[in-house]
Design a protein around this ligand. Sequence first.
Ligand SMILES: NC(=O)c1ccc[n+]([C@@H]2O[C@H](COP(=O)([O-])OP(=O)(O)OC[C@H]3O[C@@H](n4cnc5c(N)ncnc54)[C@H](OP(=O)(O)O)[C@@H]3O)[C@@H](O)[C@H]2O)c1
Length: 253
Amino acid sequence: MKMSGNTILITGGGSGIGLAFAERFIQAGNQVLICGRRENVLQKAKEQFPGIITRTCDLTIESERIALFDWVIANYPEVNVLVNNAGILQHFNVLKVDAKYNWSIFSEEITANLEAPIHLSMLFAPFFAEKGEAAMINVTSGLAFTPLAVTPIYSATKAALHSFTMSLRHQLSATSIEVIEVAPPAVDTDLSASWLRTHIEPLDAFADGIFKGLEEGKTEIGYSTSADRLRMSRDQVDEYAEKMYNAMKASIE
Ligand SMILES: NC(=O)c1ccc[n+]([C@@H]2O[C@H](COP(=O)([O-])OP(=O)(O)OC[C@H]3O[C@@H](n4cnc5c(N)ncnc54)[C@H](OP(=O)(O)O)[C@@H]3O)[C@@H](O)[C@H]2O)c1
């Protein structure tokens, strides 16, 4: 994708990976819009980067996704890049949760991580298809390729988003829209928690690595261990998933 002169919507751009991407896109000469649920987090981002445009939204609510799309195209019709970055992670033991009375906790993870980016991609795709240059960047995870069994829904949503991203790339191949997948390894943000017994990548080094991949025109971009996991054989996937589960299963016992 071209690295400057874009207008870019980054979901969940107020913190962590989304904010690190926002910073780099702004520095490269792009206009950046961010959204998230917490007004104070968006305000803090605006204090740090006064040019940034913010919008509160809860992407688990269908009408709020449509309202976000309508607001963006009405106020920033030049928008040509969508970064589906917002996401949440739950860590649990399927034998110790109450799926009868607490299902909403789990369905929220599926909606935020999978339904929302799929819906936003489908809202923006026809609009972007009319543009000279456009891109959609879906943030999945190394766990899309090697599931982490202590985060079973999270890993499943990321695998599904990887699959959707591949299909989207095929369907949009005759348009000007580039479809890019970013698959982070464990990165130091609010999402990576203390139970995560693994090496955690520093946020700035990770974001710089991903931007190098974007500049090189890659369409599937990993970093550190996730770069290897993108290309593992099925036997290697099984071995890696087992190793990770054994290292972390005590956290859900
Ligand atoms: N950090 C890692 O180790 C890692 C590894 C692999 C993949 N990823 C992926 O990277 C992406 C960014 O995560 P992060 O690590 O930067 O964590 P983060 O700092 O917690 O960022 C997640 C962002 O998503 C927003 N968000 C969550 N639910 C939302 C909703 N319903 N509506 C609107 N915004 C919502 C949050 O803002 P509000 O809470 O204010 O809504 C927050 O700004 C996620 O997709 C995550 O799965 C992270």
